[in-house]
Design a binder for this molecule. Structure first.
Ligand code: ADP
Ligand code: ZN
Ligand code: ZN
Length: 747
């Protein structure tokens, strides 16, 4: 018999440990199994062979079933899961769920792969084409292949071959050695390809979809690095630290620098992982990478279907040198030979998962860099205060690129909304700016902050807002689908005609949605071609890429929420307007200034990237705010110093480590009482605890939030584990959400 330590799938933190099971056959660590657990049958993961288990032999139960032939996770990934589970105070199996593609989820025993058909030239055929001598002999089994009805790989069949018609001959010559059936048919017509398959010149094969590998593109020349970029590259080479912060103003050519690093890693036969915060950035980055590198490039993000995702995963397990570009979750991909990790826009909040387990991809990236002994490059024009402070202390290396590659900065102007004339949210300065760009056939970008612009619906009789019954926040009206949407829980409700509170009406729309803004902008600029990008227009797969392509080809104005502020690189955008930055600046959160600075600087970075100078217009009621004054001068360091002094005074990160604990229950008194108990427990651990503060309802539950501060991260996490274990026994039907190092206090 073989004994194993198995981690079972159970939501309880107390059970996040291994149990000993036995098996008559050997099982590899990293394979999933079914095991009996009390009266239940649970999925588990084999962690390692058990050495002299202290459980009495007759109590050790047998593994019921082994679900995998091959491990789904290797040792490094399992260690990573364990470590990330510890850091986020969550069960290890919850972390493993995040890592694995859905199709390899515990209950799925047979992952469904995605397939596609390929055609490749029959080998001998190719020869005969070249020499033009070999004439098939009648009756000899040879090159013939027939498309089988079931679409499986066609086998060469016996039979004679007719001479190819000139048309087919020409088609065959023009074809590459192999291509997908779909592409072949599109390029050459169904008829020609079918004929070539029938006559055995092409062999049709069903292959696991090599999804994620992008089509190869014609390679573009590499620009020579300017002196600042060369210095930064050198600083990265010289850095002793494993983690290096690459701080370069927007458009300074950071991407070019990390392309050089990627090339070096690939030349050594290693793999490169490039993390980006949002899918909107993947198509742009994909294109740039594919036109520079002659290796397999995989793209990995949440819009892949389950079967596509599992194909990427399976392909990567075997992959040689390659580049993977992807969002948060890609940090867990089975890359066995990493040589470099790049985290672009490292400050971005989308790197942190906002539901349990609340992990930050940066922490996982650090662990992976350590395991693979490779560098992790954190790149940003507006580094998080945490990262910049670490670089200042020498914990991270630091490389800086102080100027734009194009040589000129965008000119920034503030428009004081207290004085300016506005029409439909546009100040006359901004209207003039856009009009001028339209005349010059240059592009503009208009940015609005979603929170400030949700169109709400209000009863004109009782003046109540229509609210989400679950969350108690005002619902926003989506005209396109004539529905009310809650932006906290995401629930959709049909639009109503009468007020649900007083039964009368009429209902009036307030606020400003991106949709309405688009209509108004269309009225203001009737000749402009406007492309709107927000969560509504980009919900379908591929929508990002399509909208961006549309804008690149013939758009005049790109309009949208902050998703358009990041990473876009279009040379002909020369104006960027921010309709109001105040809603971010005034957020009741210690991170408000940092967020506002990041948004404005990123948005500014979209303008004037080419050889035409760019301009940025920021509308605000607070032009004297220090954040805006720093933005005016692109003075990150001044902003950093000033903001650090606020953080120091308020005892906020990076001067302390922070966590939040939220206690919820339908009965507010019960939730509050429990929160007090939790607070008392944490204070016994010598932690500073703020709260309980009541925050917004979620799923009809009252919520109370504690903010916990500690000088020492390990102590904070250990105390939270204790707290979680205590809570499981003393919950009194309350629920608890722990967020270690939150990036957003008002969840
Ligand atoms: P960042 O990533 O810092 O925002 P990018 O790498 O996207 O900057 O570069 C901004 C623009 O400048 C891109 O269009 C890029 O092609 C161009 N660029 C960057 N480095 C150079 C260089 N050394 N020579 C010429 N053009 C460059
Ligand atoms: Zn009413
Ligand atoms: Zn809701």
């Amino acid at each position: 018999m073989y004994d194993y330590e198995v981690m079972v799938e159970h939501p309880t933190i107390a059970l996040s440990r291994t149990f000993t099971y036995t098996s008559s056959k050997p099982v590899q660590p990293g394979c999933r199994v079914f095991v009996p657990f009390g009266p239940q049958k649970l999925t588990g993961l084999v962690i390692k062979p058990a050495q002299n288990p202290d459980t009495p032999r007759k109590k050790i139960k047998e593994i019921l079933k082994v679900l995998d032939d091959q491990p789904v996770l290797d040792q490094e990934q399992m260690d990573l899961a364990a470590r990330m589970a510890y850091q986020t105070v969550s069960p290890m199996m919850a972390m493993i769920h995040v890592m694995l593609p859905n199709a390899l989820d515990a209950r799925t025993t047979k992952p469904e792969f995605a397939y596609e058909f390929w055609v490749r030239k029959a080998e001998q055929t190719a020869k005969s084409m070249q020499t033009d001598q070999i004439v098939p002999i009648e009756g000899q089994p040879a090159l013939m292949a027939e498309a089988s009805a079931d679409g499986q790989t066609s086998q060469p069949a016996a039979g004679s071959r007719k001479k190819l018609t000139p048309l087919l001959e020409e088609t065959l010559q023009a074809m590459p050695e192999e291509m997908t059936l779909k592409a072949a048919k599109e390029q050459f017509s169904d008829y020609r390809i079918n004929s070539l398959v029938k006559q055995g010149f092409l062999i049709k094969e069903k292959r696991i979809l090599n999804h994620g590998t992008l089509p190869r593109r014609p390679l573009q020349p590499w620009p020579e690095l300017n002196v600042y970029q060369k210095n930064a590259l050198e600083a990265i080479h010289q850095a002793q630290q494993q983690v290096v912060l690459l701080h370069g103003v927007t458009g300074s050519g950071k991407t070019e620098v990390f392309f050089h690093l990627a090339k070096e890693a690939l030349d050594k036969g290693k793999q490169v992982l490039i993390l980006v915060p949002e899918i909107s950035l993947t198509p742009m980055m994909e294109e740039r990478i594919a036109s520079r590198f002659d290796v397999d490039v995989y793209a990995c993000h949440s819009r892949l279907s389950d079967s596509e995702m599992v194909s990427v995963w399976k392909n990567l397990e075997q992959a040689g040198p390659c580049i993977v570009i992807g969002t948060r979750k890609s940090v867990f991909l089975p890359l066995r030979n990493l040589g470099l990790i790049i985290m672009d826009e490292e400050h971005d909040t989308s790197y942190k998962q906002d539901k349990a387990p609340r992990y930050h991809a940066r922490d996982a990236a650090m662990l992976r860099a350590k395991a693979h002994e490779c560098k992790l490059i954190l790149a940003s024009a507006t580094p998080s205060l945490d990262s910049y402070a670490r670089a200042m202390k020498g914990v991270y290396g630091l490389a800086e690129i102080p100027v734009r590659a194009s040589g000129h900065d965008a000119r920034i102007r503030l428009v004081d909304l207290k004085r300016a004339q506005t029409y439909c949210n546009y100040s006359s300065d901004l209207i003039q700016g856009v009009t001028k760009r339209l005349a010059l056939e240059q592009k503009s970008m208009i940015l609005l902050n979603r929170r400030g612009y949700l169109p709400t619906v209000r009863c004109q009789a009782c003046h109540e807002f229509l609210r989400c019954p679950e969350c108690n926040v005002p619902l926003s009206y989506h005209k396109g689908e004539h529905a009310l949407v809650c932006h906290v829980c995401g629930k959709r409700y049909p639009m109503v005609d009468t007020c649900p509170y007083c039964g009368s009406g009429p209902l009036s729309h307030t606020g400003q949605g991106t949709e309405r803004l688009e209509e108004e902008s269309a009225a203001l600029f009737p000749t402009a071609r406007i492309v709107r990008m927000d969560h509504d227009t980009t919900r379908t797969k591929g929508a990002h890429g399509r909208l961006l392509a549309e804008f690149a080809q013939n758009g005049d104005i790109l309009m949208g929420t902050q998703m358009i502020a990041k990473g876009l690189d279009y040379h002909d955008i020369t104006l960027c307007g921010i309709l109001s930055i105040d809603s971010i600046l005034s957020r009741p959160d210690y991170l408000a200034s940092e967020r506002a600075y990041q948004l404005a600087e990123q948005a500014a970075g979209r303008s004037g990237r080419g050889d035409k100078p760019g301009e940025v217009i920021i509308q605000t009621f607070n032009p004297d705010h220090f954040v805006l004054q720093c933005i005016l001068r692109h003075a990150y360091k001044a902003f950093f110093r000033r903001e650090m002094s606020f953080r120091h005074a308020g005892n906020y990160p990076p001067y302390v480590y922070l966590a939040t604990v939220i206690i919820r229950h339908e009965d507010p008194e019960r939730a509050y009482a429990k929160a007090l108990e939790v607070k008392a427990g944490l204070e016994k651990e010598n932690l500073e605890v703020l709260g309980p503060a009541e925050i917004t309802l979620r799923a009809r539950q009252s919520r109370y939030r504690l903010i916990i501060k500690s000088k020492e991260d390990g102590h904070l996490i250990d105390a939270l584990w204790k707290c979680a274990l205590w809570f499981e026994k003393n919950a009194s039907k309350c629920r608890m959400d722990i967020n270690v190092h939150p990036m957003n206090l008002e969840e």
